[in-house]
Design a protein around this ligand. Structure first.
Ligand code: NAD
Ligand code: MG
Length: 342
């Protein structure tokens, strides 16, 4: 790292060692940034961190004297961590860094004005942020500044995004509102909510019509990856080049009957709930009440027949298993193991 780099000589406190935390901490360290890990001593990721060669410390201790505090724990855990461990120990002028704008945008964390507040949001899960970095590549990042009392916030955000590998793939400036609202919309309507319901609905339609569940699984779930890879590599044009004319005609003449004006109206509804804060309030209340609905919905999702068929068929393709050290403590595992102690 050159002495002109805004992160040169700075100490960063990374709080959280799950999906994003582990990837950021390791990438920053490999880029020559001085990193401390702040974790809960009774949390499961403390052991993982030690196994990766870190000497984690409690969050309050990591915060003391650090130049930047990176909030890389679940969004719902951040307000209490800020209030109890960070705010009382924050050095004057220390920068607060987020990987998602949720708590700043919806006002659940309100730092004093003397602190720069920046956003570096990788557009991909942590495992990919680490894997791509190790391959000499990167995951694109959005950056933003919410508060810039010294005039160095944007440069720090850029340097951070570079240090985790984002510069190799593309860094785009945005603001906290745009990042928060589009990120929530994307995961609800398209990436997580939309895509999985499309897959499950297609699977159910075929199975209900008497086709083998295994065939329905390959058709509606397994093959989606091939299509998504083509889309990511070269957009609609690349996908069209690789699929048959028959598939293309089916796509072009039938797709708009699946995603129609009524679907678009519901997308606008979902976006409005995000923009006016209804989704955020619902999620924070759900979390505060111990997540009964979240747990019930998750259980319902995981006991769908597509899961049993998929597990059986994937056993024939062992290479699908990710070669990632956090594999056995996925973020959701870490959450369910650790949350009661919080
Ligand atoms: P995660 O669920 O993987 O975080 C787990 C880590 O947080 C563990 O180290 C755990 O010990 C710690 N933790 C859990 N509960 C805690 C608590 N109550 N107090 C203190 N520490 C606690 O989190 P994540 O998915 O990496 O998300 C971190 C941030 O990154 C969030 O703001 C999220 O929106 C953002 N983000 C996530 C992704 C993603 O793909 N996961 C992508 C982009 C941005
Ligand atoms: Mg997201």
């Amino acid at each position: 790292m050159t002495p002109t780099n805004p992160l040169h000589g700075k100490t960063l406190a990374v709080l959280g060692y799950g999906s994003q935390g582990r990837a950021h901490a390791l990438n920053l360290r490999d880029s020559g940034v001085q990193v401390r890990l702040g974790l809960r001593p009774d949390g499961a990721s403390w052991k993982q961190a030690c196994a990766d060669g870190w000497q984690p410390m409690p969050m309050a201790e990591a915060t003391e004297g650090a130049d930047m505090i990176c909030f890389l724990m679940p969004d719902t855990a951040q307000p209490a961590a800020f209030r109890d461990h960070v705010e009382p120990n924050l050095a004057p002028g220390a920068t607060l860094m987020f990987a998602h704008g949720f708590n700043i945008h919806y006002g659940t964390i309100n730092p004093a004005e003397a602190h720069p507040v920046i956003l570096i949001a990788p557009k991909g899960p942590g495992a990919l942020v680490r894997r791509e970095f190790e391959r000499g590549r990167g995951v694109p990042c959005l950056t933003a500044t919410h508060s810039d009392p010294r005039g160095d916030a944007a440069a720090m955000a850029q340097a951070y995004a570079d240090a985790i590998g984002g510069g190799r793939a593309g860094i785009l400036e945005t603001n906290f509102a745009e990042e928060t609202e589009t990120d929530l919309f994307g995961e609800q309507a398209v990436l997580c909510g939309g895509a999985t319901e499309l897959v499950v609905a297609g699977f159910e339609t075929l199975v209900e019509a008497g086709y083998q569940p295994e065939v329905a699984y390959y058709e509606c779930l397994h093959e989606l990856k091939l299509i998504v890879d083509l889309l990511q590599e070269g957009g609609l044009a690349r996908m069209h080049r690789f699929i048959s004319d028959t598939a293309k005609f089916g796509d072009l003449s039938r797709g708009k009957r699946i995603i129609d004006d009524a679907t678009r109206d519901r997308m606008r509804e979902i976006l409005a709930e995000i923009q006016d804060g209804r989704f955020a309030r619902e999620w924070l209340a759900e979390d505060a009440s111990g997540r009964p609905r979240y747990d019930a919905l998750l259980e319902e999702d995981l006991k769908h027949p597509i899961e049993a068929v998929g597990a059986r068929l994937r056993a024939n393709m062992p290479w699908l298993k990710e070669e990632d050290p956090t594999e056995n403590s996925t973020p959701s595992d870490a959450r369910s193991i650790e949350e009661p102690a919080a």
